[in-house]
Design a protein around this ligand. Structure first.
Ligand SMILES: Cc1cc2nc3c(=O)[nH]c(=O)nc-3n(C[C@H](O)[C@H](O)[C@H](O)COP(=O)(O)O)c2cc1C
Length: 405
């Protein structure tokens, strides 16, 4: 196998020492690892550590080109099969988002055509600061891959999101980008995501706490695996994944119409949206006034999208549903699996605060019509998405094998 080159960029945060494990693990896996450090990073860990781990000199000063592997400031950018920034400081994230190139690390990022994986690490208030969040979403819109930080006790003593993702997770994500799989090439998939909004009057609506993260992860991963992806999404604050056709809807009815319009051409449907079960029976075109002590809203059932899909499902199509439950998870999910004639259902317990809505993680169970229940360990939603698509493929192969008999 041709040896691939990872350019590992290290910036000046307390987590810089963890980059040693990343460098060591990548080098042991047989990658050529070239390290670029910011001046700040060298205050936390010595370049000699990386020179020893990778067997190559470390570049810090853009103007002092290394004597062995020279050519100039874009050499690493051109040689890279992947640029990995771990840890990425708030400062380096801002510089990358705005196209600055005043050191070797940011110049490399600007000049490379390779995929860039960014693993932020910082104090949680810094991480949650709108400036940092905006910069990260700018990078994401441009196709950068972000490895979200973990929650926990940070070096500064506070608790919250900002701790560098574990070196194992960073290396696993790097390997996925270095060896893109094409398992879903030629596959057309339809994914639903996010909540729906059911209007009450011009200013109010009924909705739910879904953020769309699981559905967007499913769409992103499917596109990375080579599928042609249509994402039907309710209102979310998320950046649409690159290479995905996005259809934005608001109400359950609009979502149903969009799904049915694309049903026939899909090989697989994964319905991760949290669709409203009820909507106000009537819509008030005037804002409802504050009168009296109470107000009753009459609700009516919305049309069940999965039921409609089950009715129209073609042979060979794989249909996957989600069950978000707060009690009797398995019983309720199994009931939904059978009633909607799904190929399998992904069940998650929404009472947990470390998974489910708004979290980057999820811990799900997969229920099959033959009664099998698979428990997937707590993982990033991207990793859960990979596991779901692997099972979609498996199911598709089963269906094809059965029809060939
Ligand atoms: C002890 C210490 C720890 C720091 N840890 C972080 C950190 O974890 N994340 C971060 O974004 N900045 C951190 N900073 C601030 C950065 O070092 C500072 O913004 C610097 O300008 C970053 O430069 P660079 O991005 O070029 O490496 C820390 C600073 C100090 C003094």
């Amino acid at each position: 196998m041709e040896q691939k080159t990872v350019v590992l960029g290290i910036s000046g945060g307390i987590a810089a020492y963890k980059a040693a494990e990343v460098a060591s693990s990548l080098a042991k896996s047989g990658y050529e690892v070239r390290v670029v450090m910011t001046q700040g990073a060298t205050k936390f860990i010595a370049p000699l550590t990386f020179q020893t781990l990778t067997g190559h000199p470390v570049v810090v000063d853009m103007f002092a080109v290394p004597p062995i592997w020279n050519v100039g400031h874009v050499a690493y950018a051109e040689a890279a099969d992947l640029v990995l920034i771990a840890p990425a400081t708030a400062n380096v994230i801002a510089k990358m988002a705005h196209g600055l190139a005043d050191d070797m690390l940011t110049a490399t990022v600007l000049a490379t055509k390779a995929p860039v994986l960014v693993a932020p690490a910082m104090n949680c208030n810094m991480y949650l600061n709108p400036a940092v969040q905006h910069n990260l979403s700018l990078l994401q819109q441009r196709g950068f891959h972000i490895m979200p930080p973990e929650e926990g006790r940070l070096a500064c003593g506070t608790t919250g999101p900002g701790r560098l993702a574990s070196p194992e997770k960073i290396v696993a994500a790097a390997k996925r980008l270095l060896h893109p799989r094409t398992d879903l090439a030629g596959f057309r998939v339809l994914v639903t995501a996010g909540p729906t909004r059911e209007p009450i009057d011009p200013v109010r609506y009924l909705s739910n706490r879904s953020t769309g993260k699981m559905g967007y992860a499913l769409a992103k991963v499917a596109a990375e695996l080579g599928a042609e992806v249509t994402l039907v999404s309710g209102p979310t604050a998320l950046v649409p994944p690159a290479g995905v056709r996005l259809i934005e809807v608001t109400t359950a009815q609009e979502m149903l119409t969009a799904v049915l319009a694309h049903l026939n051409t899909a090989d697989a449907l994964v319905m991760a949206a949290a669709v409203a079960d009820f909507r106000p029976r009537s819509y008030s075109s005037e804002k409802i006034k504050k009168k009296g002590e109470s107000l009753s809203l009459e609700l009516e059932r919305t049309e069940d999208i999965l039921e409609q899909v089950a009715r129209r499902k073609k042979t060979g199509q794989v249909v996957v549903g989600f069950a978000a439950e707060s009690s009797n998870l398995i019983v309720n999910a199994e009931h939904k699996l059978r009633r909607k004639r799904l190929d399998f259902i992904v069940a998650n317990d929404i009472t947990r605060t470390d998974t489910g809505f708004a979290s980057d993680n999820n811990e799900v169970k997969i229920l099959w019509p033959d009664g099998r229940v698979e428990e997937l360990p707590l993982a990033l939603k991207d990793e859960i998405a990979v596991a779901i698509w692997e099972r979609v493929l498996l199911r598709r192969e089963e269906i094809q094998a059965a029809s060939a008999k």
